[in-house]
Design a protein around this ligand. Structure first.
Ligand SMILES: NC(=O)C1=CN([C@@H]2O[C@H](COP(=O)(O)OP(=O)(O)OC[C@H]3O[C@@H](n4cnc5c(N)ncnc54)[C@H](OP(=O)(O)O)[C@@H]3O)[C@@H](O)[C@H]2O)C=CC1
Ligand SMILES: CC(C)(CO)C(=O)C(=O)O
Length: 339
């Protein structure tokens, strides 16, 4: 019998994974701070829509103040700037032999492990695309990589069981002994996604624009230089391959760029979650929080991150309403390369 699962943060990512598990009859409890969304799930009105699937399900759901009991498996799917608060809130409900699984962007596992302990933290990497539309409605825009792994790469009974369970959602889910490799890979690819959010271009259009190539190259390389200093082994997924960016083979770089464009053109989620927070939801993004552990690692190793540093400033300007999202902001970021 599969382990009961708590989904903490039941938006685009948590809501989609949880909906598949609930539909398959797994014991799922959805926890979210949005009361209307929680009410919709409890009422059996959680709808997944879009090109991949279309169904409505529901299940047990609660706001964090209504959670009870001790739980062995909690999937955390909040944005990175909410990781610390959410982990502190869930900690009293995590069983002594339980674990938190971070289905997030960023190196959130490091923050979670600080709070609940490394042995109660499981690594995960997700790259499928989804958008929370309104309470009870989630767009599942594109299938993408789903990976789980113990932080030390071990093959344990709990990770094998979790992998089996996640394949209910994504049949191609991977069990990896290098989950941090995927997370560093996503940090490098994520630099492109974050930069695209300075503009109003779709992800695919941004990556395909020859005028953006130098910036993409420099930013991916900047993140990979921090990964190298950390002795991480970044991995690729969904068209993105970090390896060519480490060399000068332009044909190989162009080939991975072309594959990224093709992958993103096939997505009904045309823009990044960060773009959506800025342009649609008009709220703070998790750009600074996602880049915080990367910049901290860089500092420890004496590696310069001028692009990450400037990107954080530019995104803060958009958040505060002092800078408009525009191609000119990406040009401003690119000017850093020439300094
Ligand atoms: N969406 C996507 O396609 C992808 C997202 N990711 C990553 O997945 C993670 C989740 O993103 P996503 O699902 O898009 O985000 P969403 O905003 O759609 O969902 C997160 C949900 O968690 C809620 N929440 C915030 N704080 C808490 C808390 N303390 N306790 C419980 N719930 C809380 C949010 O409420 P509120 O909105 O009020 O803050 C929201 O409903 C992020 O790290 C993101 O970068 C990774 C790959 C793809
Ligand atoms: C674009 C996507 C879905 C990755 O493909 C993403 O990670 C995001 O929106 O933050």
């Amino acid at each position: 019998m599969a382990e009961p699962i708590v989904i903490w943060g039941a938006g685009a990512i948590g809501g989609t994974i949880g909906a598949y598990l609930a539909r398959a009859g797994h014991d799922v409890t959805f926890v979210d701070v949005v009361p209307e969304h929680v009410a919709a799930i409890e009422a059996g009105k959680l709808t997944i829509e879009g090109p991949i699937d279309s169904f409505t399900t529901g299940g047990k759901a609660a706001t964090p103040d209504r959670v009870t009991g001790k739980h062995k498996l909690i999937i955390l799917a909040v944005k990175a700037h909410h990781t610390e608060a959410a982990t502190r809130a869930l900690a009293p409900y995590l069983a002594d032999d339980g674990a938190v699984v971070s289905c997030q962007n960023g190196l959130n596992e490091l923050v979670i492990a600080e709070i609940v302990g490394r042995e109660r933290t499981i690594g995960s990497f997700v790259n499928f695309g989804a958008d929370y539309q309104e309470p009870g409605r989630i767009l599942y825009g594109v299938r993408g990589a789903v990976v789980v792994g113990e932080l030390d790469g071990a093959t344990t009974p709990r990770i094998t069981a979790l992998h089996r369970q996640l394949r209910v959602f994504e049949p191609d889910a991977v069990l990896s002994d290098n989950v941090f490799g995927y997370l560093w890979g996503k940090a490098a690819y994520g630099a492109i996604l974050k930069t695209s959010a300075l503009t109003n271009d779709s992800i695919a259009d941004f990556i395909a624009d020859p005028a953006r190539k130098a910036l993409i190259l420099a930013f991916v390389r900047e993140i990979l230089s921090v990964a190298a200093a950390e002795k991480a082994r970044p991995l690729g997924f969904d068209g993105f391959d970090p390896l060519p960016f480490l060399g000068d083979d332009m044909a190989a770089i162009d080939a991975t760029i072309a594959r990224m464009v093709t992958y993103n053109r096939g997505s009904a989620k045309t823009h990044s979650g960060i773009w959506r927070d800025l342009a649609v939801r008009k709220r703070q993004t998790d750009v600074a929080a996602q880049l915080a552990p990367v910049r901290a690692a860089a500092k420890r190793h004496g590696v310069q991150t001028p692009l990450a540093d400037t990107l954080v400033e530019l995104i803060a300007g958009i958040e505060q309403g002092t800078l408009p999202q525009s191609g000119a902001l990406a040009d401003r970021l690119a000017a850093v390369i020439r300094r």
